[in-house]
Each structure stands twice: as structure tokens, then as C-alpha cells.
Design a protein around this ligand. Sequence first.
Ligand SMILES: Nc1ncnc2c1ncn2[C@@H]1O[C@H](COP(=O)(O)OP(=O)(O)OP(=O)(O)O)[C@@H](O)[C@H]1O
Ligand SMILES: [Mg+2]
Length: 365
Amino acid sequence: MRIGIIGGGQLGRMLAWAGLPLGMEFSFIDPSPGAPAGQLGHLIVAPFEDRAAMFDLAQNVDVVTYEFENVPTPLLREVAAARPVMPAPEVLEASQDRVAEKSLFQALGIPATRHAALDREEELDFALDQTGLPAILKTRRFGYDGRGQVPIFERDEANAAFRSLADAPGGLILESRVRFEREISIVSCRDRTGSVVFYPPGENTHQDGILRSSRAPVRDQSLVHQAEDYARRILEHFDYVGVLAVEFFVVEGALIANEMAPRVHNSGHWSIEACATSQFENHLRALAGLPLGSTRMRGEALLVNAVGRLPSASATLALPDVHLHDYRKAPRSGRKVGHVTALAETRDELETLAPGLFELVPFER
Ligand SMILES: Nc1ncnc2c1ncn2[C@@H]1O[C@H](COP(=O)(O)OP(=O)(O)OP(=O)(O)O)[C@@H](O)[C@H]1O
Ligand SMILES: [Mg+2]
């Protein structure tokens, strides 16, 4: 089975790492010649808009998937006419635009954040009436790691916020700032026959809009059921194949969807060591028409992202069940360059370990 992956970042790298034992071969397309996945397969160095390069990738593989979300969907649809693209381009289209994404959630009965779309400064007052304050102004497209977001606490800050983002292609969205108790996410996977597996949800923390940590499993069964129910609605709506992640805010015990990612997700990286089958392997199994593997956890897991710089390998690996992932990316502030996953038998043991781990793993913004 030859797998073509659009994007050669750490997600592509971890996908290939999971698929090599299954005899799979990997090709990637990425604009960077030093893309982290390049060591594990054939790398086509080209921008994602390069039609010829995209077809070069597609024609030499059995199935195409993506690990990067800002792929032009008209081109992806053309590719899909030549080779199976999974998940389907329509899913990506919905996830690329925060307004379309929220409309999808609402159409499927999934609670979403109050919001209003806006293109012009004159629409701010109306949008603020819809969301109330505090609010967050975001670009509809191309945001990641909290980029393209400006908080608004007072009405007189709104115009400056608008002007700071006004040049963004694709327009803006104003969202109510949700006063959440916690944030959780669920990673799910659906195969070609419609079978679905769920990973236990993880509880996530963010720093400066960047995922810092994820702890699993979330034990509150009511939250688990809500998350599974909502993820399943999306999977079934699209006749989805592959891994889907959905991020939620928890407010008074109820979930409000924040966003979805039609790909393997940072908040599921602990599944590599903590689960019988990782999110990466299950994504590939789904694409290849193979049975999905168990998502059973073999302990309590804590993932901490290394942002800007890697931790010391010798200090990290001196801890008994702690695993280091170096994405082979040049250190740069605000950039995810690796992660560490710690496992423990009990939550208490994990929490004893946690402060030391946060200390050890850099966060440089
Ligand atoms: N409407 C909101 N109310 C409260 N907090 C929010 C809201 N929107 C975003 N945040 C906070 O900022 C974080 C990042 O926001 P979001 O997930 O929208 O951004 P992103 O840049 O697309 O991030 P990602 O890297 O997850 O793709 C959220 O996880 C949450 O902590
Ligand atoms: Mg997010």
C-alpha cells in the first residue's frame, strides 16, 4: 500500500512511523526541503498549490490523505477524481472556514460558540450585539496555534482589533469568549465499512493559544458520551474515512464545540505509547481498508509539547516511563519542535511527575 500525504510535518512523520511496520510506503508533498517527514519516505518539494506536483504525488500512490489543512480544496477535488482522497475534500472545506465549521456543527445539532461573520468594519456593532463581551475576533481561515486571534474586552477596543486583522484573506469571525471550566478533545476514527472507534477524550491546556498539555483519559462519563455522540454525527454525516479530532469547551458539564480537525491531532499524540493502537496507525488502517485496532489505554497519560526548543534528552529520559519525540525541526520561538509523553499507572503518580515535566519541557513563545 502506497500512501500519499499532503504535508510533511511532524504529523506526516508520525504517520509514516506508524505505517512502516505494516509494509506501507510513503510519499509527501511539502514546500520545505527539510520537512520532518522527509526522512521516512519520498518527499516532493513543492508548494501545495502546485498542480503538477500534486498529481505527481497522487499518481504514484494508492490513496491520498493530508496532515496539513490549508490545501486548496478545488485542487484537492481534482486529485480526488484521480485517486481516493481520505477524508473527503468536503470535510476539509468545512474545517478550513470557521463560519462553515460552526454552521456544520449547528446543522448536526452540536452546540457551537455564539458568533457572527464579518467582512467590513461597519458590521462590528451588529457582530458585537450577537456575541456580547468579552469576545474574540479571529480570521475565518488559516489560523493555527492561536494565530490570527485578537481578544476584545471593551467595545472601544473593537475597531483597532478589526484593523489589525482586516487584511486577512477570507474575512473574519467574531466569537463569544466562552468561560469554560476545562477544554477537552476527542480523537475518533471511522473505517471504510462504517466501524468507528473512539480514543478516551483528553483534557487540554493551552498557553498563548498553543496546546501545551493533554491528559488522558477524561473519566467523566457524561462528557465522554457527549463527545462520542458529537464526533459520531460528523463522521456519519460525511461517510468519513480516517481520523477526526473535535475540540470542546466544557461549560457546566456540557460540551460546546470549538473546532474540528480532519486529521491526526496533537491532542492524541499520547496514543503512540498509551494505547494499544495509536491514532496514526488507525488512520492508516482506515485508509487501507484494514480493521481498526483497539484504543484501550495501558495507563494514565500526560503529553507536554516542546515549544521553541527541545528539552534535554538525558534529563527527560531519566524518568522511567517518559518518551521523547524530536520532530527534527529547527528551534524557533512559538514553534512546536517536539513533545514528551509520560505514562503512569495511577493519576496520582502522574500528577506527582507532572510539575517536573512541565519544568523540563521548554515553552518559548
Ligand atoms: N471562543 C473562545 N472562547 C474561549 N476561548 C477560546 C475561544 N476561541 C479560542 N479560545 C482559546 O484559544 C485556543 C486556540 O483557539 P482555536 O482552537 O480556535 O485556535 P487555532 O489557532 O485554530 O488552534 P489549533 O492550533 O487548535 O488549530 C482554544 O483552545 C481556547 O483555549
Ligand atoms: Mg484549536
